[in-house]
Design a protein around this ligand. Structure first.
Ligand code: SF4
Length: 330
């Protein structure tokens, strides 16, 4: 069936000033020609380090940063081309849960007003029904009715994220972008919030685009996973294929830092360290962008960029050394 979210050839670039006498404008391609789809009711996680472009890609899907190129199909909407009233209506269908619930909640508003605000501004329900919606939202995220009167600073970090989730649900969206929703929280609280997100997904049929730097978090949340490095998707697969058979050396290195759930595997697990830093994003290398850090790089890796190829089972990888047999070069 048709995916809820279908992103094709998305690029986002930012102007950067060059210093010096001959300094002019250059472009940093934070997201460089990526494509992915998310079926309705499922979770796609985009994983990468800071600077990989994962958050920028997600924000471009919500039109919070503008895309330079590409197409974002959201249900029946060609989302990036919508205007005016059509855009306002479509905006209600995509909401975001931010990383830091404290920074994203207006400290001067009571939590009730915070949750209600998107309903008022996008007019997704008649005024007479709005309070009932807010009451139900508080209940469904596990907050008590009397807590509606409180301000953000009167809640714990986990409770604040519950308010952020209630707010994101207020317009009955189809797609929720979860931008590192638990990385500011204690580990014990992380599990509660992830459980809540999973329950809401099941109850409401939500589709998640889940942004994280942490494959450990993602392994309990995602149906499929895309790994980004320097603006590109370097590997994408369903969760089991990615965790059981990582093909890109960068993915293998990221996974080696996540304790395996399988005891045998955990005992054999060796940490793969990636030396060095990513190269200058304004002047990306002409070959594979991972080549200067890759433990198995060959000459050809420096000269030509590996395309993202689809192998059997839909596992996609961008590495010259992975053949059709889907064996990791590491
Ligand atoms: Fe490493 Fe070459 Fe594969 Fe890039 S293409 S990940 S440098 S082996």
């Amino acid at each position: 069936s048709k995916p809820l979210l279908d992103v094709q050839n998305l690029s986002v670039r930012f102007p950067v000033k060059r210093g010096g006498m001959f300094g002019g404008k250059s472009w940093l391609y934070a997201v460089d020609d990526i494509s992915f789809t998310v079926p309705k009711g499922e979770t796609l996680a985009i994983v990468g380090e800071s600077g990989s472009g994962k958050t920028t890609a997600a924000l471009a899907c919500a039109r919070l940063v503008s895309a330079y190129q590409g197409k974002v199909q959201l249900g029946d909407h060609d989302f990036l081309t919508l205007k005016d009233e059509a855009l306002r209506q479509a905006r209600a269908r995509v909401q975001i849960i931010f990383q830091d619930p404290y920074a994203s909640l207006n400290p001067r508003l009571r939590s009730e007003a915070i949750v209600r605000e998107p309903i008022d501004s996008l007019e997704t329900a008649p005024p007479s029904e709005r309070q009932k919606i807010v009451d139900d939202l508080f209940k469904s995220v596990g907050l008590r009715p009397e807590q509606q009167r409180l301000f953000p600073h009167q809640f714990s970090g986990g409770q604040r994220q519950r308010i952020g989730i209630a707010r994101a649900l207020a317009t009955s969206p189809d797609l929720i972008i979860c931008d590192e929703p638990v990385s500011a929280l204690d580990v014990a609280v992380q599990a509660q919030i992830l459980n809540l997100l999973r329950k809401l997904q099941k109850d409401l049929g939500l589709t998640y685009l889940f942004i994280s730097h942490d494959l450990g978090v993602v392994q309990h949340m995602a149906d499929s996973i895309a790994v980004m490095y320097m603006g590109k998707i370097v590997e994408q697969a369903d969760r089991l294929s990615l965790f059981n058979n990582p093909l890109h050396p960068y993915t293998s290195a990221l996974l080696s830092a996540v304790p395996s759930v399988d005891r045998k595997r955990r005992e054999q697990q060796k940490r793969i360290l990636i030396p060095g830093d990513p190269p200058d994003p304004i002047n990306p290398p002409k070959g594979c962008r991972f080549a200067n850090r890759c433990p198995v790089a060959k000459d050809m890796c420096l000269n030509s960029p590996p395309p993202l190829r689809e192998l059997k089972g839909g596992h996609k990888v961008a590495c010259h050394l992975v053949g059709d047999d889907a064996k990791s070069p590491l």
